[in-house]
Design a protein around this ligand. Structure first.
Ligand code: HEM
Length: 408
């Protein structure tokens, strides 16, 4: 029998969607679903098919091109043009050019060189939390959000004096909403971001810095002919991709460890286990639960199903990461698991450009947080935690995580 959850995909228990993912996965690798907004899409839930789909030449990221021939699929709800021309929204050759322009900033040596600075930010945030002396602190607000937001702001060259404004515009813009139309505050926030980024580009052109926005401005003035819209979209996408996801990794990972005290104790005793544990956390509770949409250019056969041309496709990374055909005891968090390779950063040409940075931040965050507060515990029972992101299918994270850092 067809699972009724497929008729309103996304409208499920946010506290623990995994039992549902298991049911749907058991029913087959590919399902046609109706999304909460009424649109139809094809959902992929098993590992092999998910990996194949993420790298399939018949699936396009460019919704305007892929759907231009079929206005019936998605005629409304296309994102505003200001932010649509970034690497995750286009196919090669544009993808190759846009990704290359940003990729030097994420190379192995450039990311490794950030280690002392990320450590200093982590130490500073934890000093501040401790100095407040509050019995209960919100680890999302005081740590998991400001860490990646500060790092990506510094990387891009957003001055410190502007960060409160920029942070609050992005928070407003990305706040979950189940309304069919974007709320007025989100529209206003989006306009503020465009105005701000246009001004930032002008500032960097006049006074170059050692940062990624300056690099992009420079590239735009050279042969690469990066358009103003591509620059705005790229910076916008890097801010979005660079903070919310990592905030969720730090929050979800901390909850995962607090709920598995014996595994947390093992990390505290041997911090060299942290990088491997982070991979298992990414597999077990993926911050990006579903990929962004893809669109079939032609009929695409996957897992015995033919997805027709000009359809929307969404890949459940979170469901694929718990596929029993791929992992033994997939529902169990096991930081000592041998096979922790996962799809949490996607796969193929759109594999996360920031994965190295996210791993560095998680490594330092988990090592320092748990090393410094080895008896930390949650101030609320698990059932009282609120998972944010409303109807959005992509992200899974906590809106707050109240903890007692050093219980007496
Ligand atoms: C793409 C996950 C952190 C920048 C992706 C994709 C996933 C992902 C799943 C592919 C989406 C798709 O194919 O539909 C994550 C997770 C993160 C994280 C789980 C943190 C734990 C970051 C950071 C940055 C970043 C810190 C940058 C500072 C990007 C970019 C892309 C991307 C630029 C697009 C790559 C392309 O289209 O070629 N990320 N990400 N991400 N991510 Fe991340």
């Amino acid at each position: 029998m067809r699972n009724p959850a497929l008729e309103k995909w996304g409208d499920y228990d946010r506290d623990d969607p995994y039992p549902l993912f298991a049911q749907v996965r058991a029913g087959g690798p590919v399902h046609e679903v109706t999304l909460a907004d009424g649109h139809r899409a094809w959902l992929i839930v098993r590992y092999e098919e998910a990996k194949a789909a993420l790298n399939h030449a018949g699936l396009s990221k460019d919704m305007h091109a892929a759907l231009a021939r079929d206005g019936a699929v998605v005629a409304e709800g296309l994102p505003g043009p200001a932010f649509a021309r970034h690497m995750l929204g286009v196919d090669p050759p544009d993808h190759t050019r846009l990704r290359r322009l940003a990729s030097a900033a994420f190379s192995r040596p450039r990311i490794a060189a950030l280690r002392p600075r990320v450590q200093a930010i982590v130490d500073g945030l934890l000093d501040d939390l401790e100095a407040r002396g509050d019995a209960v602190v919100d680890l999302v607000k005081g740590f998991a959000f400001p860490l990646p937001f500060t790092v990506i702001s510094e990387l891009l060259g957003v001055p410190e004096s502007d960060r409160d404004d920029v942070g609050s515009w992005f928070t407003t813009l990305l706040a979950p909403s189940s309304a069919p139309e974007p709320p007025a505050e989100a529209v206003a926030a989006s306009e503020s971001i465009v105005r701000y980024l246009v001004e930032l580009l002008a500032r960097k052109r006049a006074t170059p810095g050692e940062d990624l926005v300056t690099d992009l401005v420079h590239a735009a003035d050279q042969d690469d002919a990066l358009s103003e819209q591509e620059m705005l979209s790229t910076i916008f996408q890097l801010v979005v991709a660079g903070h919310d996801t990592t905030t969720s990794l730090i929050g979800n990972g901390t909850v995962a460890l607090l709920l598995h005290p014996e595994q947390r104790d093992a990390l505290v005793a041997d911090p060299s286990l942290v990088p491997h544990a982070s991979e298992e956390i990414l597999r077990w509770d993926a911050p990006v639960q579903h990929s962004t949409f893809r669109y079939t250019r032609e009929d695409v056969a996957l897992g015995g199903t033919v997805i027709p041309a000009f359809a929307q496709v969404i890949i459940s990374l979170a469901a694929a990461n718990r596929d029993p055909d791929r992992y033994a005891n997939p529902e169990t968090l096991d930081i000592a698991r041998a096979n922790t390779s996962h799809l949490a950063f996607g796969h193929g040409i759109h594999h996360c450009l920031g994965a190295r940075l996210a791993r560095l931040e998680a490594d330092i965050a988990f090592t320092t947080l748990h090393g410094r507060f080895p008896t930390m515990r949650m101030a609320l029972p698990r059932s009282a935690l609120r998972w944010s992101h409303g109807d959005g299918l992509v992200l899974r994270g906590l809106s707050e995580l109240p903890v007692i850092l050093a219980p007496q």
